[in-house]
Design a protein around this ligand. Structure first.
Ligand code: UDP
Ligand code: MG
Length: 316
């Protein structure tokens, strides 16, 4: 049986401290997988240098000279983790049968790659690496992550809880993913849209071994807002509902103000003011909501996502 070629895609941004450790660990893993006959000897580690300003690229060059398992793509400027990962998937897609994406900091347990490949062999196109517990994270990070996941779910965005960008994808899943031509990438939300058979593998996440996290709080927040606004038009629809609610309140205020007016409890001018206040507020929000719905449609059209994804075909 011909073995499948595995590419491990690793985006790197200023990871000079991590890179020697990562390369040593990954090369060993790759050789071990090859020795066990799980993958083909042509399998590679593919680093994507996301416009690093330190020695990252020269280290990648050096490592690739030392061993054939390492190859690299250097991006001309820093474009962020998601775009760098997409660049890696795109260049690996033509060469690999299976692609695993993982961060350079080795926080994710590489030993579950065996399990991922096993699931792939059993017909899964996507295998998500899921963190079992978040013991190493702070209370704040754990709970904001949970809240974010819950909000996404409410807004109708499918994603896997506690899964970051550590996953295995088959070549056909990646080539389908590449058809999503949008600019604002949120891969955790996009991959489930591909829709092939998928499963999860669970692991414990450890601490970053060297270097600094490139995701400080501000960047995390903007990533979360990006995730929501790149996937859901529900927030715009909420404006319309709010407008309708305000108009209904205006009706109630209308009755209340009339009663107050005729029983003489109202100061002169109050009744007309309060009625127009709620009513105009409601009208403005309804107007905004309607405009928003059209903008929501434009947003979906502009994304130009594939309409469907064929899983199997039977022709006679
Ligand atoms: N990364 C990248 N470009 C960026 C920021 C980060 O390619 O602009 C890479 C980084 O080198 C690492 C991965 O994305 O391999 C995840 O980053 P990090 O570990 O700092 O994030 P955290 O795990 O703290 O969320
Ligand atoms: Mg990390």
């Amino acid at each position: 049986m011909k073995q499948d070629i595995l590419y491990i895609v690793i985006p790197c941004f200023n990871e000079q401290d991590m890179l020697p450790i990562t390369t040593a660990t990954m090369v060993e893993k790759l050789r071990q997988l090859t020795a066990h006959g799980l993958i083909a000897p042509e399998s590679r580690i593919l680093y994507v240098d996301d416009g690093s300003t330190d020695a990252t690229w020269s280290l990648i060059e050096q490592h690739s000279r030392e061993g054939i398992e390492v190859c690299g793509v250097k991006l001309a400027a820093n474009v962020g983790h998601q775009n760098a990962l997409m660049a890696g998937l795109e260049s690996a897609c033509s060469k690999a049968d299976i692609i695993v994406s993982i961060d350079a900091d080795l926080q994710d347990d590489i030993n579950v790659i065996d399990l991922m490949i096993e699931k792939y062999e059993h017909g899964c196109d996507i295998v998500y690496g899921v963190r079992r517990e978040r013991k190493t994270d702070t209370w704040f990070k754990r709970n904001t992550a949970l809240a974010f996941y819950k909000i996404m779910q409410r807004l109708g965005v499918k994603s896997v809880y506690n899964h970051a960008d550590y996953r295995l994808m088959s070549r056909r899943a990646v080539s389908q993913l590449l058809k999503y031509r949008e600019r604002n990438l949120f891969l955790r939300g996009m991959v489930p849209l591909v829709g092939y058979r998928s499963e999860c593998v669970y692991y414990d996440r450890s601490e970053r071994k060297a270097g600094q996290s490139k995701y400080p709080l501000a960047k995390m927040m903007s990533f979360a807002v990006d995730g929501i606004t790149s996937f859901s038009i529900k927030p715009v629809r909420m404006v319309l509902s709010l407008g309708i609610i305000f108009t209904l309140i205006a009706l109630a205020m209308f009755a209340y103000a009339l009663v107050a007016y005729f029983t003489g409890r109202a100061v002169s001018g109050w009744a007309s003011l309060i009625m127009s206040l709620w009513f105009i507020g409601g009208c403005v929000l309804i107007g905004l909501g309607i405009v928003g719905i059209y903008i929501g449609k434009i947003y979906i059209e502009v994304k130009d996502r594939p309409r469907y994804n064929v899983e199997t075909e039977l022709f006679q």
